[in-house]
Design a protein around this ligand. Structure first.
Ligand code: BV8
Length: 265
């Protein structure tokens, strides 16, 4: 692995335009559950006769891809908003880990030498921003902010758990998390920023994502088509592992600080 780490450090030391795509895996070392693990666990738990749907159990006994949908919210806004508020409070209590901090440092170094750095995240936990990342594009919105389903007005709930479910906005309409659910379009501004960054990047890093959710995963393929050098840092193999120039199968919180340590200033 150290050969790959040296090569990635060398790539990033010379890169002019860097794009990084992150997924749930980069927040795993902050104690936040990933989707695949939850889905796998859901299969196991239902195979063992299912887990009672306690708040904790919601994550274990429900597939996030079934809960993270407008249909689920429509059918049971109380259950969906309880699940999202539970996750929101968890995100606020979590701390950025060395993987988040390393990406913020890589951005600082690339920009300091006149380069351009864009962080595309599928995560909704805002840990990248808390770690110091600046140019962050939230492809799937944020769980930290909620919005009125009627007016679209955004609110930022306080750090404590909500007390009323489903929560309502000032006008009395339902409040929903300001995230992109399955079946919903990504924010136009985010997609445009991602497309522009990918069109010109010379290095594309995919970190902590199973590269299975679109259109986010499509940016990896677009970067490769545009001739960028592509790197994957992921704990397990993914569908893009065979296609990237460098696939580092390891934890982001361990590898990325090593890459920073071997990069030039
Ligand atoms: C859309 C917010 C128009 C909510 C999320 C083709 C084109 C366009 C759309 C589609 C298409 N094909 C299918 C679709 C529909 C769908 C889709 O992609 N489905 C998948 C399941 C096939 N896409 C959509 O619906 C998107 N909308 O395109 O609108 C449209 C609609 C319908 C049909 C056509 C067009 C909207 C997608 C966004 C959904 N919202 N999140 C919330 O958070 O609750 S998605 C959510 O799940 C995450 O944001 C993330 O994107 C995804 C999970 O992916 P990962 O982040 O990769 O997490 P995962 O657990 O899978 O993997 C973690 C990885 O980390 C693992 O590989 C693991 O090994 C690794 N790891 C673990 N620990 C570590 C680690 N790596 C490093 N270090 C560690 N320590």
């Amino acid at each position: 692995m150290s050969g790959a780490v040296d090569a990635v450090a060398e790539l990033l030391s010379r890169a002019r335009r860097v794009v990084v795509l992150t997924g749930a895996g980069i927040s795993a070392e902050s104690g936040l559950r990933t989707f695949r693990e939850a889905a796998d666990r859901q299969e196991q738990s239902t195979s063992r006769g299912g887990v009672p749907p306690t708040m904790e159990g919601l994550w274990k006994s429900f597939d996030p891809q079934k809960l993270a949908t407008p249909e689920a919210f429509e059918a049971d806004p109380e259950m969906v908003t309880r699940w999202y508020d539970h996750r929101r409070v968890g995100c606020l209590a979590a701390q950025p880990n060395p993987g988040h901090v390393a990406l913020a440092e890589i951005e600082r170094r690339v920009v300091a030498r006149g380069g351009v750095f864009t962080l595309l995240t599928q995560n909704v936990d805002r840990l990248h921003q808390r770690a110091g990342s600046v140019n962050v594009v939230e492809l799937h919105g944020s769980i930290i902010e909620w919005r009125c389903v009627k007016t679209g007005r955004k609110v930022t709930p306080g750090p404590g758990a909500m007390t009323e479910f489903p929560p309502r906005s000032e006008c009395g309409a339902l409040l929903r998390p300001d995230v992109v659910w399955f079946g919903e379009m990504l924010p136009e501004t985010a997609v445009r920023a991602a497309q522009e960054a990918v069109a010109e990047c010379d290095v594309f890093l995919s970190v902590g994502t199973s590269a299975q959710v679109y259109p986010a995963a499509g940016f990896i393929h677009a970067a490769a088509r545009n001739g960028a050098k592509t790197v994957e840092v992921n704990k397990d193999p993914t569908p893009i592992s065979p296609m990237v120039d460098w696939s580092v199968l390891a934890k982001a919180g361990e590898v990325l600080p090593e890459v920073v340590g071997r990069m030039g200033e």
